[in-house]
Write a protein that binds this ligand. Structure first.
Ligand SMILES: [Ca+2]
Ligand SMILES: [Ca+2]
Ligand SMILES: [Ca+2]
Ligand SMILES: [Ca+2]
Length: 434
């Protein structure tokens, strides 16, 4: 039985590595703030201050869609500021790029695009654009796709869906760009539009396309843009839940967690990695799947991808700081309860808003938030004189680098690290598990 479980772990872990999550945007920011301000990662690149894109109160929701009902959303108008955001994986050069999002059209006009993929580093080289227009007679909406800036892209047959969509309804859309080797104008774009529920796997047929265009292929996809087009043609709409990934819809855990040594109560001093194990709810709680990700220093959030074949079940989360075992010094911390997770839904969990979000309330208060303990440099599950002596020796030796005896992430071992481990050893910190 043990062998079977281990084999299963290996399959889940290894297949999880290939799905690349490149962007997740729930607009989980304060309503009325300008999206082009630096902390959101969105950058204003044209249109100046006209109709600045701001955070709208409330989120769009859609059945079966992972990024549904989280945070707020944004509204786009018929003209004004345009913004882009870099993908976390800074360029995708092969395979397919899937950009999924929710949209609620408020008004539709003659036809313009409002969301596009951009070539890495570019604000002009659009590679896959989502358009929409209103039928003059019925007032119903069609969604359409173009690729680059060539005007011929707009005259290619079959770029529009049927006129069957209505204003005021939230739809889930997926823009797909597929790199095709062996030519510079043979890449393909397609669009999926869903009006009832979001499918767990990619449908065999797209709503529009795949279409090959005369405009130049992308050398790499590196950004997603939101555009407010020309007043006569562009729609006004709400958009939300944007995910860019290299598979249909990556299963990912959205985890907010702080680490004592890096945390000032608001942000982390550095971006650092953590490993997450999904553990069975049944003793002895075997690891069913693992993933690692970087924790953003400002949002304290990381997206941990898992295989889309993650078995549905109830899981404890076990977080380990850091991902690299030789540099690890966190006290392994478990979620207080299990989460119901499965394919396309690896959940959302926030450790930072209560000590009790960790099993056994095993977190330290830092200002008004909560962080996982670190200082267990020898990874035996307790912080005690063994760790103190390791770190003392490393400090005397002037050890430096990304190592297990550096507790505050400055790549040096000194009195700052010593005082942290000293306090935790005196307090008697140890791992608490179900
Ligand atoms: Ca949202
Ligand atoms: Ca090509
Ligand atoms: Ca220890
Ligand atoms: Ca240090």
């Amino acid at each position: 039985m043990k062998k079977i479980i281990l084999t299963l772990c290996f399959i889940v872990m290894s297949s999880g590595v290939f799905a690349q999550l490149a962007l997740d945007e729930n607009f989980d920011y304060t309503a009325a703030d300008s999206l082009g301000s630096l902390y959101t990662g969105w950058v204003s690149f044209s249109g100046g201050a006209t109709n600045r894109v701001t955070i709208a109160s409330g989120s769009l929701s859609f059945p079966g869609y992972l990024l549904s009902g989280i945070g707020n959303s944004v509204n786009l108008a018929a003209t004004g500021q345009d913004i882009y955001k870099n993908l976390t994986q800074d360029s995708i050069k092969s395979g397919s790029v899937y950009c999924s999002f929710l949209v609620r059209v408020d008004t539709a006009k003659n036809g313009d695009y409002f969301l596009a993929l951009l070539q890495s580093g570019s604000t002009t080289f659009y590679e896959g654009r989502v358009n929409l227009k209103k039928a003059v007679t019925t007032g119903l909406i069609s969604f359409g796709i173009t690729k680059g800036n060539a005007s011929t892209d707009l005259t290619i047959p079959g770029i529009w869906s049927d006129s069957i969509y209505t204003v005021g309804t939230t739809y889930a859309l997926v823009l797909k760009y597929t790199f095709v080797p062996g030519g510079t104008t043979n890449d393909q774009v397609s669009l999926y539009v869903f009006n009832s529920s979001f499918p767990a796997t990619e449908p065999g047929t797209a709503t529009v396309g795949p279409i090959t265009y005369l405009s130049q292929d992308a050398s790499a996809i590196g950004r997603v843009a939101l555009r407010q087009g020309t007043f006569a043609n562009a729609p006004a709409l709400g958009v939300d839940g944007i995910r860019v990934s290299t598979t249909w819809f990556t299963t990912a855990l959205n985890l907010k967690v702080a680490v004592q040594g890096l945390f000032n109560g608001t942000v982390h001093s550095i971006v650092d990695t953590m490993l997450v194990n999904l553990r069975s709810s049944v003793s002895p709680y075997p690891v069913i799947a693992s993933s690692y990700a970087a924790i953003d220093a400002t949002s304290l959030t990381g997206w941990f991808p898992f295989s889309n074949s993650l078995p549905a079940g109830n899981y404890y989360l076990e977080v380990k700081y850091r991902n690299l075992a030789s540099a690890r010094n966190g006290i392994n911390t478990w979620s207080a309860t299990t989460l119901a997770l499965g394919p396309y839904n690896a959940g959302v969990y926030n450790f930072t808003n209560a000590a009790g979000k960790a099993f056994g309330s095993n977190q330290v208060a830092v200002v008004s938030a909560f962080a996982t303990y670190n200082g267990d440099s020898n990874q035996d599950g307790t912080i005690d004189s063994g760790d103190l002596s390791d770190i003392d020796n490393a400090a005397v030796a002037g050890a430096s680098g990304y190592i297990n005896t550096d507790l505050n992430g400055d790549d040096f071992v000194d009195s700052g690290d010593l005082s942290l481990v000293d306090n935790n050893a005196a307090f008697g910190v140890f791992e608490v598990t179900p």
